[in-house]
Design a binder for this molecule. Structure first.
Ligand code: ZN
Length: 115
């Protein structure tokens, strides 16, 4: 299903799932798509990840888009004005830098992030 169509019907899908947040690229609620997670911290028995788009949208993203969406996520903003709790700053920076690295934008530095 192409992105234009997915975005066109996203508001209806979100209205039907008002308690779910959504993919920041296509707008589909997490009840309808699978999130694509980026691991930013590995521990012995667990790990932590950040997700902001679905597995269908991930291959379509530019590095700039991925970093923009990751910043919005840690600042507490979702699509369509949905508001969530912001992350603590050092964890947010770590997560966004992990996204930049995975997107091949490893030259991004903490001082360049709007966090
Ligand atoms: Zn998506």
């Amino acid at each position: 299903m192409n992105l234009r169509y997915r975005r066109a019907i996203a508001p209806m899908l979100r209205a039907a799932a008002p308690r779910h947040s959504a993919c920041q690229h296509c707008g589909w609620p997490w009840s309808r798509v699978v999130p694509r997670s980026v691991t930013y911290e590995e521990r012995e028995t667990s790990s932590s990840g950040i997700f902001f788009v679905c597995t269908d949208c991930w291959p379509l993203l530019t590095a700039a888009e991925a970093i923009k969406y990751a910043c919005r996520t840690v600042l507490g903003y979702g699509p369509a004005g949905m508001r969530h709790t912001a992350w603590d700053q050092s964890t947010g920076v770590t997560a966004v830098l992990a996204v930049a690295k995975e997107m091949g934008a490893s030259q991004v530095e903490e001082s360049h992030l709007p966090l």
